[in-house]
Each structure stands twice: as structure tokens, then as C-alpha cells.
Design a protein around this ligand. Structure first.
Ligand SMILES: [Zn+2]
Length: 55
């Protein structure tokens, strides 16, 4: 299984091995969203921006 980087609206982020169609819930109760690796959304080195943007 691939490792996905998951992110929630509340700002919680985690990396997890899971199935592609598996729904992962954040501890806050919301559904977490997969952050595509190597996509246009840059997470590495841009985490501060992503965090600031969500608030
Ligand atoms: Zn959350």
C-alpha cells in the first residue's frame, strides 16, 4: 500500500499507509484529504504557507 500524506481543514496532518478509497477521519471528526505527492501543491518547504493559508 502506498503512503499518503493526509491533511484536514483543522490543520492536522499525518502520513499513513492506507487504501486509495479508504476514508480516513481526523481526530476532530472531519474527513481527511489526500495531498498529492509531487503535484502542484508543494508541501515540502511550503508547509508554513499551507498552514497559514488554511487559517
Ligand atoms: Zn481535523
Amino acid at each position: 500500500m502506498p503512503i499518503y500524506h493526509l491533511r484536514c481543514d483543522c490543520g492536522h496532518e499525518t502520513e499513513l499507509r492506507c487504501k486509495m478509497d479508504e476514508v480516513i477521519k481526523c481526530p476532530c471528526g472531519k474527513e481527511m484529504q489526500r495531498v498529492p505527492a509531487g503535484g502542484s501543491f508543494q508541501l515540502k518547504g511550503g508547509g508554513w504557507y499551507a498552514d497559514g493559508y488554511s487559517r
